[in-house]
Ligand binder design. Structure first.
Ligand SMILES: [Zn+2]
Ligand SMILES: [Zn+2]
Length: 284
């Protein structure tokens, strides 16, 4: 498979609605490495649908511990294990990732123990290494360099944008963040910037639908970026291509791709992709 980005799950937030897209997860193929970024619900199914054999699972990065980014981390690794995973998997996440993983293995203890004895599988707990990271360099390995920038996603403190570099190419994920100007430096000249985005006109209808209106609206405004702000970061960073992802709202029939494009065009004139589940962006 050539180097590419696959947007596996493109919606912001954990709720699912009939016919709608799925929470946050992406696949990055760069320099021959297979990297999963975030593990929202549906990541396992989406990887299989993208033609990825789960035994090939290699590196997993989690931007923060909101459920729409981490809920399926354990089930993904466990399912890969039942599919024959026998090589080490490196999981990189914020502080608390190890706690999640240990408790997941405890919750699945019956199944894990019985499959080791009954089916002769390796111990899943020994296949997985958990690496909790903070801001700065996260990984440098066989030409792959990964670095992290703490972004602005209150009340979550440990939420990190991620920059992946290999062979002169680079892909940056904003993670969940309010408008955060330092991201422009962090994403400087990247080939692809994957930035979260929400659309102002859809927020009112969304909060009316979910039932906890005022509080949800306050959270969204304090912790997420409008599409035109994502475009501003892309322009300031001078990236080659912008992908709007983690869309809020993502499943409002009254909002179509052209609405997103119209708003981003106020601040970004370059190459633009509006994420959809399963969409492939080639890394030229
Ligand atoms: Zn999120
Ligand atoms: Zn979040």
């Amino acid at each position: 498979m050539p180097d590419r980005l696959v947007l596996l799950g493109s919606k912001g937030g954990p709720a699912l609605r009939p016919g709608g897209p799925w929470p946050s997860s992406s696949l990055l193929r760069i320099g021959g490495r297979l990297i999963v970024v975030d593990c929202g619900l549906g990541v396992t199914r989406a990887l299989v649908d993208a033609g990825i054999g789960l035994k090939a699972l290699d590196l997993i990065f989690i931007t923060h511990l909101h459920s729409d980014h981490v809920l399926e981390l354990g089930p993904l690794i466990h399912t890969a294990w039942t599919a024959g995973l026998a090589t080490p998997v490196g999981v990189f996440g914020p502080p608390g990732t190890g706690h999640y993983w240990r408790r997941f293995c405890q919750a699945m203890e019956f199944d894990i123990e019985i499959r080791i004895v009954d089916e002769g599988r390796p111990d899943i707990r020994e296949l997985v290494s958990i690496n909790e990271f903070g801001e700065g360099q996260v990984l440098q390995q066989r030409g792959l360099k990964v670095s992290a920038l703490r972004v602005d996603h209150p009340p979550v403190i440990d939420c990190f944008a991620l920059r992946f570099e290999h062979g002169g190419r680079s892909v940056v994920f904003s993670a969940d963040t309010a408008f955060f100007p330092p991201l422009a430096d962090f994403a400087r000249s990247a080939d692809i910037l994957v930035h979260e985005a929400m659309l102002e006109e859809g927020i009112e209808r969304l909060v009316a639908k979910t039932g906890n209106g005022a509080r949800l609206k306050d959270h969204l405004l304090a912790s997420h970026s409008f599409a035109e702000e994502a475009g501003r970061i892309a322009s300031d960073a001078g990236v080659k291509s912008l992908v709007l992802n983690h869309l809020i709202p993502a499943d409002d029939a009254g909002i179509v791709e052209a609405d997103w494009i119209a708003v981003v065009r106020k601040t970004w004139a370059g190459d633009l992709t509006i994420a959809r589940d399963g969409l492939v962006v080639e890394l030229a």
